[in-house]
Write a protein that binds this ligand. Structure first.
Ligand code: 5AD
Ligand code: SF4
Length: 455
């Protein structure tokens, strides 16, 4: 063990870690799994870089902005690292996989670059830096991720994310994911069931299954296993109340899966299924594999078969060559399908993808104004839809204290609405019935059935 005068204010045993995560849910879960692993190795998690011996960023490459943010955070650590050279600074995840050695060139004070498939080796890699010095890189593409979950390290005991597949084989023309997360690999049903059983015995009532392209779950297993089979098996587990899954791709979303969803009582009535655009010309350039009418029919079919289904979507504005007419078709799609909520992004070229070879010809102001228009449209639709819930009763799994008002509780409906209400902290982790009396575009407010609390 190295002892340094620089470290007198830090943990004597050199074992505190600061961890910050950017990007998607899968990244947050990878962070959770890595922290579980580090905790088992004796690391203490701290919430401030000034208290940390090891500083790790789990990064995202999906848009340039996500990368810029990480580089600016890294830049800000230069002074701290100069003062305390023994601190270990690490870049993990998608940007580490994508930029590799180039990170050391741009930020020489970074010690570790650890790709998307190497998390399980984190403790060993940190040790290597301590013993042999800086600039350790681990971005092996063939490594298969297998992180044993430390069930005890979870931000919320009642809800958990579970990775069921990693990677993506779709190669949408704008997307970096297949390059940084690699080919699709599914876990076996048995493996997943074992993890979910352990979560249930630790108090978990709701699981959200994660996969970049979850409808192709099972394809890499060389069996006939499908996502429907996995959902059916999980539906049978005693103690589990709710099952969700993200993210769905319209092309791989089978009608069979929709029928299975409607049959299984624990599978929630919610789909996150990005449309990306309403223009057939742009969808073709994006290599999405469908036309907008196919998407519309799929949503109609799902809504017919799954009563009260809500759908969330993603859209990219300003894809190369997107004209006002193309954009209008996206507006129309949003107006007719009336999503519960939408995530809207300005196109950002990613080196190495097919679309990066096209000219990024939509000016930033146009991207901004299209982005704003869609946000406003969706806000209006969400509010109108939420207003229809006033007076209705909804089932809520209580997550904890509300973020905006710690004296109130918050939770989610099966359709993924956020609900805020007054109630005893004892209700955290319980399923409760709430009557809605007020709404905004993002939140429903209500009262507990038979509540002694004022509305
Ligand atoms: N530029 C902008 N948005 C993108 N997304 C993926 N790649 C890009 C890109 N290059 C969006 C898509 C996807 C979401 C996670 O991010 O809408 O569904
Ligand atoms: Fe970002 Fe995609 Fe990586 Fe998630 S998988 S962190 S969205 S680049």
């Amino acid at each position: 063990m190295i002892h340094s005068a620089n470290f007198h204010h830090r943990d004597q045993h050199y074992k505190t870690v600061f961890f910050e995560t950017f990007g998607c849910q899968m990244n947050k879960l990878d962070a959770e799994l890595s922290l579980g692993l580090l905790q088992e190795e004796g690391y203490k998690i701290v919430d401030n870089v000034d208290k940390a011996d090891v500083i790790l960023f789990n990064t995202c490459s999906v848009r340039q902005r996500a990368e810029d943010k990480v580089y600016s955070h890294l830049g800000a650590l230069r002074i701290l690292k100069k003062k305390h050279p023994d601190i270990i600074v690490g870049v993990l995840g998608c940007m580490a996989q994508k930029d590799g050695e180039a990170i050391f060139k741009r930020m020489p004070h970074v010690d570790l670059v650890c790709g998307t498939r190497m998390f399980s080796r984190l403790p060993e890699l940190i040790l290597k830096i301590r013993n042999h010095g800086s600039h350790v890189i681990a971005i092996d593409e063939d490594h298969i991720v297998n992180i044993k979950r430390a069930i005890t390290y979870r931000p919320n005991t009642y809800q958990a994310f579970v990775t069921v597949m990693r990677g993506c084989d779709n190669f949408c023309s704008y997307c970096i994911v297949p390059y940084v997360r690699g080919r699709e690999i599914s876990r076996t049903i048995e493996d997943i069931k074992e993890e979910v059983r352990a979560l249930i015995s630790n108090g978990c009532k709701e699981v959200t299954l994660l996969g970049q392209n979850i409808n192709s779950y099972g394809k890499s297993l060389n069996t006939t296993t499908t996502l429907g089979d996995l959902l059916s098996e999980l539906n049978d587990l005693d103690g589990l109340e709710r099952i969700r899954f993200v993210t769905s791709h319209p092309t791989d979303m089978s009608r069979d899966l929709i029928r299975t969803m409607s049959r299984l009582e624990k599978v929630c009535e919610h789909l996150h299924m990005p449309a990306q655009s309403g223009s057939d010309r742009i969808l073709k350039e994006m290599r999405r594999g469908y036309v907008s009418n196919y998407y519309r029919e799929l949503i109609h079919f799902a809504k017919e078969h799954i009563p009260h289904l809500t759908v969330a979507s993603d859209f990219i504005v300003g894809f190369p060559g997107e004209t006002d007419e193309d954009f209008q078709e996206t507006v129309q799609l949003m107006e007719t399908l009336r999503f519960q909520n939408c995530f809207i992004f300005k196109y950002s070229p990613r080196t190495g993808t097919r679309a990066a070879e096209l000219k990024d010809d939509v000016p930033d102001e146009v991207k901004k104004s299209r982005n704003l228009k869609l946000l406003e449209l969706q806000k209006r639709i969400s509010l109108e839809k939420n207003k229809k819930l006033i007076g209705k009763q909804v089932q809520v799994l209580v997550d904890g204290a509300s973020k905006s008002d710690p004296n109130r509780l918050s939770g989610r409906t099966r359709q993924n609405h956020i609900v805020v209400f007054s109630g005893s902290k004892d209700l955290i982790g319980e399923l409760v019935d709430i009557r809605i009396h007020e709404v905004t575009d993002l939140t429903l407010y209500g009262t507990l059935k038979n509540s002694p609390y004022p509305a």
